[in-house]
Design a protein around this ligand. Structure first.
Ligand SMILES: Cc1ncc(COP(=O)(O)O)c(C=O)c1O
Length: 392
């Protein structure tokens, strides 16, 4: 385990959404909580990124900035090296974040009252992006058996028949249940969507955060046919802890889909990037890999730590062991399925801030999501508090 990742860094007073008392107060009704919610890490990002940004800061002029060829090369080389996926500069479309991109995608491919499929329980901004843009959500809920989540293909086959359904948002790997989808699962989903003219928007923001024994398959790398029907959301933000820099790249091999999407971006004047984001992304993709390997080892040991703690000290709680992401899904249903009661235990008794399972949709009631991208000491403190609150 890499010692430098054990450092507990005070993030209070840094405008951190995760740690700032005002945000905690707004979301949980109190500010004095130990936060393991919002999906960013409590680790410092790679030193190469800090150095590149320092150099840029020292220049002292922060004018309008564009992305040159070396930016695109850094993205292309990363996906080739890490995922054996060949991409091209013209496929890559910059957006200032994946969530903004999802909103623009709804604007690009749907008319009011059109429908988009999501697989709940799932990252809640998916639902919001659809509803906020005047469209309807269709739920193809995941199935769970003995703590293992799978897709419901029979249900999907029915739902895609509706001509109002324009696209499906796939979360790969899946936040919050931590599944890294197998090639077979992705092929089944992709074929059903192609047969019914439903585009697949694959949010692969967590694709570099894969735990031992699992492999991420880039959806668009499965076949040319899949690539033509897909829009892949990528970013260095989860991988290298750069979420605040708002840098993401949509990879869209199909020219027609790409042009429709770009039209919406042009209409909203989404064009330039933050100069710090540009240098940070390039440094991360070019030099951040050893840091990522350290972080992956650390996350693995945190997963073991949670598993051990839950097995030993919390018999009524189940830990859905993630295959990817740094988000754990805790099943409290043996204690209570009532969301208010579980909120009360976690917020008022344990004084921890976890994402309520119900935020992710109906299937999340009785669950909570824990962000374990933090020093083990922080994790231990949170788990001790939860254990004590349950015992009380
Ligand atoms: C699946 C998924 N997509 C997108 C995001 C956020 O993306 P961005 O910060 O680029 O808007 C998150 C953050 O937690 C996420 O889990």
């Amino acid at each position: 385990m890499k010692e430098y990742l054990n450092e507990v860094i005070d993030r209070k007073g840094t405008n951190s959404m995760k740690w700032d008392e005002r945000f905690l107060q707004e979301q949980f009704g109190r500010g004095d909580l130990l936060p393991l919610w919002v999906a960013d890490m409590d680790f410092k990002c790679p030193q190469a990124v800090i150095d590149a940004m320092m150099k840029r800061v020292e220049h002292g002029i922060f004018g309008y900035s564009f992305r040159d060829d070396s930016y695109y090369e850094a993205v292309i080389n990363w996906y080739k090296k890490r995922h054996d996926w060949e991409t091209h500069k013209e496929w890559i479309v910059f957006t200032p974040g994946v969530v903004p991109a999802l909103n623009y995608l709804v604007q690009a491919f749907c008319s009011p009252k059109d429908k988009v499929i999501i697989q709940d329980p799932v990252y809640y901004p998916f639902r919001k992006a659809i509803l906020d843009n005047g469209c309807k959500v269709v739920y193809n809920s995941l199935k769970m058996e003995n703590g293992y989540y799978t897709m419901d293909f029979d249900d999907l086959k029915e739902k895609v028949k509706d001509p109002a359904v324009k696209f499906l948002i796939l979360c790969s790997p899946h936040n919050p249940v931590g599944r890294v989808w197998t090639k077979e699962e992705l092929i089944r989903l992709g074929e059903i969507c192609i047969e019914n003219n439903v585009i697949v928007v694959a949010d692969e923001i967590h694709s570099d955060l894969i735990l031992k024994g699992h492999k991420h398959i880039p959806f668009a790398n499965i076949s040319e046919e899949f690539a033509k029907n897909a829009i892949i959301c990528t970013a260095p933000s989860k991988t290298f802890n750069l979420a605040g820099l708002q840098m993401s790249n949509m990879i869209i091999p199909n020219e027609k889909l790409r042009e429709s999407f770009k039209k919406v971006l042009t209409r909203n004047h989404i064009e330039l990037s933050n100069p710090f984001g540009i240098v940070a992304l390039m440094a991360a993709y070019k030099e951040g890999e050893p840091w990522l390997e350290d972080v992956l080892d650390y996350l693995e040991s945190n997963v073991d730590f949670i598993q051990g703690f839950v097995n030993e000290k919390m018999d009524q709680v189940k830990f859905i062991r993630p295959q990817g992401t740094y988000l754990g899904w805790l099943d409290f249903r043996e204690i209570t399925k009532n969301k208010k009661e579980l909120d009360h235990i976690l917020i008022n008794k344990a004084k921890v801030a976890l994402d309520g399972g119900y935020w992710f949709g109906k299937g999340g009631e009785g669950f909570a999501r824990i962000n374990f991208a933090c020093p083990q000491k922080t994790l231990e403190k949170a788990l001790n508090r939860i254990e004590k609150a349950i015992k009380e």
